[in-house]
Design a protein around this ligand. Structure first.
Ligand code: NAP
Length: 310
């Protein structure tokens, strides 16, 4: 039997994914009709990007699962027309890319690289940076991405505190959980990395009060989602010196509007949502494996718990 797999994402993604997805499906033994224009009444799986025009899932009576190409699901998880399992993207390329981006930006702040890269007056100030072991880091989010980043930073010698919803046990990382654990994770941190999903429970997790727990002059690194930070509170903390620098990859509105104060703030680095990207071949393998599981009656991988939004 041919399995009907609808690809619902921007046309440029289809150009990238058509061949690797077809190959990955074939490799797991699925005879698929993979296309962008299957009649709704036949569709069994949707390979999906949340910015696709497909928003009403009630028109697909045979739909078995939606397989998201993105790690973040905040715009599809609340969709009331979706009644079948939703799986999100967990991809080696995404994880490796995030590990590299986070490590690079942490080391920039830790080593104070800007003082030497941007030194117009050619000042000779021989202040060596502290060792990693003297620089506490808080990692908010210990999921697929946060756990790997926390372990990588711990392996470099940083004391890393991590925070998640459920209690974790990660080698070399001091793990905290739940509402009370946030204070413990943030207290005295000199660098904070945000790798939480955007859900009602995580919005504004960094606000005036939680920013006040950090060591004075702390650096904030946000590759998670824009709404995790109260922007006004961050700008105030930058003004007061409570936060020394913020490196932001994600924003409430993307692209970041031209007139937004983050663009011109001397202590804010803006990167255009490039911290990490799904890689087509490994992502295609992740999608194909879930189609195979669906057809074999096995549990899907990387299912979203829509009751908590991630
Ligand atoms: P994940 O595996 O779902 O992990 C999410 C982590 O956040 C988990 O540790 C989870 O706790 C924790 N969490 C969720 N709600 C919480 C709460 N209310 N309180 C405390 N902890 C909470 O997600 P992931 O794959 O690591 O990705 C994380 C986020 O990164 C994505 O949602 C996406 O927004 C972002 N992202 C950004 C880029 C980029 O290029 N900038 C690329 C990919 C992903 P539990 O472990 O207890 O469930």
């Amino acid at each position: 039997m041919t399995t009907q797999v609808l690809f619902a994402a921007k046309p440029e993604r289809w150009i990238e994914y058509q061949a690797p997805l077809a190959r990955a499906l074939k490799e797991v033994g699925i005879d698929a009709n993979l296309a962008t224009d299957i009649p709704a009444s036949d569709v069994e799986y949707i390979v999906y990007a949340p910015n696709s025009p497909v928003q009403d899932f009630s028109i697909f009576p045979k739909l078995k699962a939606v397989l998201n190409l993105w790690a973040g699901v905040e715009t599809i998880a609340p969709n009331p027309t979706l009644k079948v399992p939703l799986a999100r993207m967990v991809d080696h390329g995404l994880t490796q890319g995030m590990k590299e981006w986070v490590t690079g930006h942490v080391l920039r702040h830790h080593l104070g690289m800007d003082a030497h890269i941007i030194n117009p007056d050619r000042n000779w100030v021989p202040n060596a940076p502290p060792l990693a072991e003297q620089r506490p880091i808080a990692m908010l989010g210990l999921g697929e991405l946060g756990a790997v980043c926390a372990q990588t930073l711990a392996s470099l010698g940083f004391p890393v505190s991590g925070w998640s919803r459920n209690q974790k046990n990660i080698d070399g990382v001091n793990c905290f959980s739940g509402n009370s654990g946030l204070q413990d994770a943030l207290s005295g941190a000199e660098i904070v990395v945000l790798l939480l999903p955007n859900t009602p429970a995580t919005e504004n997790v960094l606000n005036a009060s939680s920013l006040g727990l950090l060591a004075k002059g702390a650096a904030i690194i946000n590759p998670g989602r824009g709404p995790l930070i109260d922007d006004d509170a961050l700008l105030e903390a930058l003004e007061s010196g409570q936060v020394g620098h913020a490196t932001l990859d994600v924003f409430r509105t993307e692209p970041l509007p031209r007139g937004h104060p983050f663009w011109t703030h001397p202590n804010v680095t803006v990167t255009p949502h490039i911290a990490s990207e799904t890689r087509t071949w490994t992502a295609s393998q992740c999608v194909a494996e879930n189609v195979r599981r669906g057809e074999a009656g096995e549990p899907f991988l990387h299912l979203v718990d829509r009751s908590v939004g991630y």
